[in-house]
Design a protein around this ligand. Structure first.
Ligand SMILES: Nc1nc2c(ncn2[C@@H]2O[C@H](COP(=O)(O)OP(=O)(O)OP(=O)(O)O)[C@@H](O)[C@H]2O)c(=O)[nH]1
Ligand SMILES: [Mg+2]
Length: 221
């Protein structure tokens, strides 16, 4: 019984990974760079995406896929409100996006007009870690009010990422957050990770983050 259940899960993940590979190939054919953003609810995913789009536009032509567990369009409307194509993906209650949902979202975009696709995953630090989407990089946003112990309590999400953005640094004076302790937890799991400290509210640190991202995008095109 137990063995059968594991096989089914493996099958689903294999199919997911195959679809992710197809997405990756198709995006590369169009010279599109893609980024999957994961974080806990309210860490600042949409806020950082808005700052990033403001810094990269109009030279880099972007679109955003907005994953939500509920059928709401709040985040997608914020993105389309600044003139960037946004597709809302409702997971139907699931706590993560999967490759099939992302593929459907991508099929709704005009790929010939894009250089960058940003995926905002469903807000949590557990489920999104297991599901490849076919993006070039995975990024986790952490934020000061969440506390500095998250890498120690939710380790899986930090293992497969290329960058960690610590957001809401404007709140440092008001919250006990030991950046060294936090960083040590991340680098123990993932020594190669790029680390950025930003405030999506004030704009502090956004230049370094977008410069790094711009270079990644340029390398692909
Ligand atoms: N002080 C401060 N507040 C921020 C910052 N970034 C985002 N916020 C606020 O944090 C709240 C959540 O931000 P969002 O960008 O919606 O967070 P999210 O991760 O997209 O949230 P979900 O999509 O619901 O998971 C909002 O009230 C933002 O204004 C920041 O750098 N500093
Ligand atoms: Mg959001």
């Amino acid at each position: 019984m137990t063995t059968k259940r594991i096989e089914i899960v493996q099958d689903i993940l294999n199919v997911n990974d195959q679809i992710a590979e197809q997405t990756s190939s198709e995006l590369h054919l169009h010279h599109i760079f893609s980024m999957n953003i994961m974080a806990s609810p309210g860490a600042g995913k949409t806020s950082l995406i808005m700052r990033t789009l403001a810094a990269l536009s109009p030279e880099i032509r972007s679109a955003v896929l907005e994953g939500d567990t509920a059928p709401v369009t709040i985040d997608a409307e914020k993105i389309s409100g600044i003139g960037i194509p946004a597709i809302q993906i409702n997971t139907g209650g699931d706590c993560h996006l999967n490759a099939n949902l992302v593929r459907k979202g991508i099929q709704a975009l005009d790929l010939d007009t894009l250089d960058l696709i940003i995926v905002e995953n469903v807000g949590n630090l557990i489920c999104p870690a297991s599901w490849k989407l076919g993006t070039d990089i995975n990024v986790v946003i952490a934020s000061i009010p969440e506390g500095d112990d998250k890498p120690y309590k939710y380790p899986n999400i930090y293992r497969g990422i290329q960058a960690l953005v610590l957001n809401k640094i404007d709140l440092k004076p008001y919250v006990d957050f030991n950046v060294s302790y936090f960083k040590a937890g991340i680098t123990a799991l993932n020594p190669q990770v790029e680390f950025f400290e930003v405030s999506s509210k004030t704009g502090e640190g956004i230049d370094a983050w977008t410069a790094w991202l711009r270079e990644k995008i340029t390398q692909l095109s």
